[in-house]
Design a protein. Structure first.
Length: 124
């Protein structure tokens, strides 16, 4: 729920600041370029798993192959994203180590990245 709220706020800010959005992804840019720009915008705002970010780009209207292309072509450490999301969860609620791993897997991190994220936060 918190993630959806942040996504909604990000979307509202993007609509409220069309100059920044237009500068980051001009209308003449290809869908792949636009998807990559949007992927970076989301990653700058909050933590995502690779699959979660792809799903978010599809939700934003990109076709699945374009969304997958974008997440495959951005420079991001998915392990660091798992740590970041683990810490974001721990800032708002308590988790056991396994509970946090399960939550990160629910957020579509691989088990290995979820475990890494949980073990590199204060939960484990």
């Amino acid at each position: 729920m918190l993630k959806r709220l942040l996504i909604t706020l990000t979307t509202v800010l993007a609509v409220a600041a069309p100059v920044a959005v237009a500068t980051a992804s001009p209308a003449s840019a290809s869908p792949r370029t636009q998807a990559i720009a949007m992927a970076y915008s989301y990653i700058d705002t909050m933590a995502f798993s690779k699959a979660g970010l792809s799903d978010q780009l599809v939700y934003e209207g990109f076709k699945r192959p374009v969304a997958n292309y974008a997440v495959d072509h951005i420079a991001v450490s998915w392990r660091k994203q798992a740590v970041r999301m683990a810490k974001e969860y721990l800032d708002t609620m308590a988790f056991s180590c396994q509970g946090l791993i399960d939550q990160l897997v629910y957020e579509k991190f691989s088990y290995a990245n979820a475990s890494y994220g949980a073990h590199h936060s204060s939960a484990c």
